[in-house]
Design a protein around this ligand. Structure first.
Ligand code: FE2
Length: 368
């Protein structure tokens, strides 16, 4: 049994990593909420997930609240998620150190008095709308009012289903795919394609808080998706709005109505949370929600499958794009035209936010 007097040597041999040291180079925005998991993925067994190049261990306490820690024991570096949950705490499977959800060490086997300051990094965590959100930056800045709005997922007026799609690209390629839906004409010929999407004028709105890309197409041929699943036969008016909010959230709002009979209408929301796993892989959390025929489970399944098939078409294109960009990088002045308005705006906006975060970080380091 080691008493308090024996701790100097032990504490010195087990340095506690400072928060700032854990930051990767400025590739990803940090001071934002990211979707880390579906509610049902996190339980009384530890879940390991890499987020923004960092290993995270998640679990639930006995009262059901989620907890998230850096998945690396500060003692010898073993993944905490290889251990087990005991009470409210996670216990390392290597030497049995236990940590509670705030990151502090609660037990060291064979030791009576714990070393002061022995802790690991804790991530602020909030469960909302069936997703677990983690704050990946400075915990002091975590603000629940900044959680991106995905309320459609558990709004009783909406029904739908989604999943996580692993994509072997930097999250930006998923984001940019969604900000330029003109690709539907070429990539999704059998699913979402509308011939009008390429020629329709694009409006971009940006207010410093959100970026919107809007297409308002009147009297067009419905896509195979809306023909088959929503019963549109004649011409339709099809309005799509793609709304991006940092760090990696996109809500696509679609309204389709019969041009002849505007009361025959259908609305959906495609929710897209593109959480970076590494520089070259993304946890793409998505869900497709609709506001009609809420009890129709068969329709939910059919829409889920149709949307997933559509996303598989995207994944094939953007994984090939990522490989090409890595092997033959873009020229300094790539070609752009009107369909790129949203992509261009988002890229410049995120680059500016990354510069601001880097400056904040440098200022904090200087002050500290
Ligand atoms: Fe697509």
């Amino acid at each position: 049994m080691i008493g308090p007097g024996g701790w100097d040597t032990v504490a010195a041999a087990a340095p506690v990593r400072e928060f700032e040291e854990d930051w990767s180079p400025a590739i990803f925005l940090r001071n934002y909420w990211y979707v880390a998991a579906w509610s049902e993925e996190v339980g009384r067994e530890p879940l390991q997930r890499w987020l923004l190049n960092e290993p995270v261990a998640m679990w639930r306490r006995r009262d059901g609240t989620p907890a998230a820690l850096a998945d690396r024991c500060p003692h010898r570096g073993a993944p905490l998620s290889n251990g087990r949950i005991v009470g409210d705490d996670i216990r390392c499977g290597y030497h049995g150190l236990s940590f509670c959800g705030d990151g502090s060490c609660t037990a060291v086997p064979g030791v009576e008095t714990l070393p002061a300051g022995l802790s690991t990094r804790a991530y602020p965590v909030v469960e909302r709308w069936g997703w677990i959100f983690l704050w990946m930056g400075d915990p002091a800045l975590a603000d629940e009012s900044a959680i991106p709005d995905y309320h459609w997922k558990d709004d009783p007026g909406w029904a739908g289903r989604g999943e996580t799609l692993p994509v072997a690209v930097n999250y930006e390629l998923v984001r940019d795919n969604l900000l330029d839906l003109s690709h539907a004409h070429f990539v999704h010929r059998n699913t979402l394609a509308t011939d009008a999407v390429v020629d329709a004028p694009v409006t971009t709105e940006f207010d410093g808080e959100r970026l919107r890309v809007i297409r308002d197409m009147r009297g067009i041929e419905p896509s195979p998706f809306f023909k088959r699943l929503c019963g549109f036969n004649g011409k339709v008016d099809h309005r799509q709005q793609v709304e991006f909010t940092p760090a990696a959230n996109i809500v696509i709002s679609v309204r389709v109505n019969s041009t002849e009979n505007p009361d025959h209408a259908f609305e959906n929301r495609v929710l897209n949370a593109m959480t970076p796993e590494t520089d070259r892989s993304t946890h793409y959390f998505w869900s497709l929600e609709r506001d009609s025929q809420l009890e129709d489970e068969a329709l939910t399944d059919a829409m889920f499958t149709a949307n997933r098939d559509t996303f598989f078409e995207d994944v094939a294109v953007i994984e090939a794009q990522q490989e090409m960009l890595d092997r033959a990088p873009e020229p300094a002045r790539p070609v752009r035209w009107h369909v790129d308005k949203g992509v261009d705006r988002a890229q410049r906006w995120v680059a500016k936010l990354l510069r601001e975060e880097a400056a904040q970080c440098a200022a904090a380091a200087e002050a500290g």
